[in-house]
Design a protein around this ligand. Structure first.
Ligand SMILES: [Zn+2]
Length: 260
């Protein structure tokens, strides 16, 4: 029995990054897998502009949880398999408290495999995402847990593992997953634009598949650790993506949320 935990910062993160792998593991794989989702925030600030301020906070969080439950229903993953950490959207820190919290969770859950947002070479440099990847990398690297789960990063600019899917699956799965996140269409409209060309590009790496989801497996044992270091071009792209203005979202202050 293999236990796989998918980490995400916000309730809609996994759909067009890991949707096909999740669907395969949850419904088609012959082996018995236990799938869990760890959602670090409930996405309570995920609407653009101050005109939506009255919806932000607990109300939006509740709606987005429901959107997530609806999407996961497509994979057959029940709400009981989704854990919320309760951090606030836009304020996921990389500090001792957060690292300990994730480490305690991993000690309790003992996953064999972790799928998490890319910590370094990311094309989606939102700090919530980056800090989750960092914390998990740090925990395994510093041996804060007494086992070594296999770690894959999504949104990586340096993928080394590709999960193939068919063109028709975009319609029958990806678009259905995306459609569940009704409050996020303003953003998904843009983040979905490069989805087809990216997946098509990734699919070239696999024989017999036109499309693929790219992942980066992170190596921890000494023999393979050199594989973690990308060529210079990836480092240049990382620098470029980490400075795009849309990755620096502006959030209301936490205090404002508490007043509501
Ligand atoms: Zn996100």
């Amino acid at each position: 029995m293999t236990k796989i935990i998918f980490f995400q910062a916000h309730p809609d993160d996994l759909e067009h990054k890991c949707g096909h792998l999740m669907h395969y593991l949850a419904t088609k794989s012959k082996k018995n897998h236990i799938l869990k989702i760890a959602s670090i925030t409930r996405g309570e600030f995920g609407l653009p502009g101050p005109q939506y301020d009255k919806f932000k906070g607990d109300l939006l969080a509740k709606i987005r949880m429901r959107e997530l439950f609806n999407a996961e229903k497509i994979h057959g993953i029940p709400p009981e398999s989704i854990d919320f950490f309760g951090y606030i959207d836009g304020f996921v820190p990389f500090n001792k408290e957060f690292v300990n919290r994730v480490a305690e969770y991993l000690k309790k859950e003992k996953p064999n495999v972790i799928i998490a947002p890319e910590a370094i070479y990311s094309w989606y440099h939102h700090m919530d995402h980056i800090n989750i990847g960092r914390a998990i990398f740090y925990i395994i690297h510093k041996k804060l847990i007494n086992f070594t789960p296999i770690l894959y990063f999504y949104t990586s600019l340096y993928p080394n593992f590709f999960f193939g899917f068919r063109k028709k699956d975009i319609k029958t799965l990806t678009y259905k997953l995306i459609a569940c996140h009704k409050t996020q269409q303003w953003l998904l409209r843009y983040t979905m634009l490069p989805y087809r060309p990216f997946s098509r590009f990734a699919g070239r790496k696999l024989h017999g598949w036109d499309y693929a989801e790219p992942y980066r497996r992170v190596y921890f044992n000494k023999k393979n650790v050199y594989k973690n270091k990308p060529p210079l071009i990836v480092q240049i792209f990382t620098h470029f993506f980490s400075n795009l203005p849309w990755t620096k979202a502006k959030y209301p202050q936490v205090l404002k949320l508490k007043e509501n």
